[in-house]
Design a protein around this ligand. Sequence first.
Ligand SMILES: [Zn+2]
Length: 341
Amino acid sequence: MKIRELPNDLGFYLSGTLPGADRSSERDPDAPGTDMRSAVYVLVDGRRCGIIDTGMGVGVYRTINQALNRLRVFPEWVLLTHDHYDHVANAFWFKDEMGVAIYCHEGDLDLIEQPLKVFDDAYMLRRFGVTYRDSFRQMNRTEDDFERYIDRALRDRFYPVKVDATLEDGDILEVGSLEVEILHTPGHSPGSVSAYLPRFGAILAGDTPLWFGPGRANPLGNFRHWVDSMERLLLVDTEFIGWGHSAPTKGRSRCRRFLNNTLRRALEVEEAVVEEIGFHPQAVGELVELIYGDNVGALDEQREIAEDSVHALLCSLRDEGEVQDAPDDEGIIRWYSRIHA
Ligand SMILES: [Zn+2]
């Protein structure tokens, strides 16, 4: 893990991995554990700072704190770009140890405060009209897969924190004289936000610019909302894009190219999906194989994210009346084109 300066003395960010960092879900500083994988941004003005996403793991929390102590700055708030555990896991340390105010968008409030609500069928039906278990079935994942997912969530992904206030699109967060505008950029999650610093042309976009598309299965991920959010980010005058899972992009034309390419690749995937199911009804896993092929990598997690993205895409197409899903003779859920039917 490295601490790097932000341009224009805006502060610093941490990214990369920190092997051997502790797993904060155990709330035990001496427990052995995993690492963090998502970036943390710290915006500094004078003696004050605002923190965007918190990373995961006690080691990461300590590293942030050492940097704050060295600079003798104190955090006034933490903005969580979305509910994912690798971004929110350390939020409770800031809250419990330092009394820092925690902010997020209303759309992700429930899952930040109570992450396991995603497995509460009554809640999911009330809010989204579909359960997460249904999404698993639509991807032909088994009941065992679902149980494993819950186990993993309980073990690795359970980092509840009480949020102090929710923010809406257009709200401004201040730290000293710095102004941070909240852009609601849903798609990766219902309440995903990007932090925009107009004076510096900088956007800290959380996981919105993920190249797979939304990166999450419907109903939490929404492909069409994600496309709208990417188009919106393209309208913003920017020369620095920081996001959750790789080095920031710098320079006006590079930023445009990065957003354009990410969006274009996702729209190409959409085209390919529509074409494939026009020939033949396809299961989600088959589509991932056909479309991403070797690009998806051998990692289970990458394949899972690709499947989730394709599922969210198919659900958007289903909402628009272009496709439908149904089990075949062997009970495998396949997606059919309604246009060619
Ligand atoms: Zn995420």
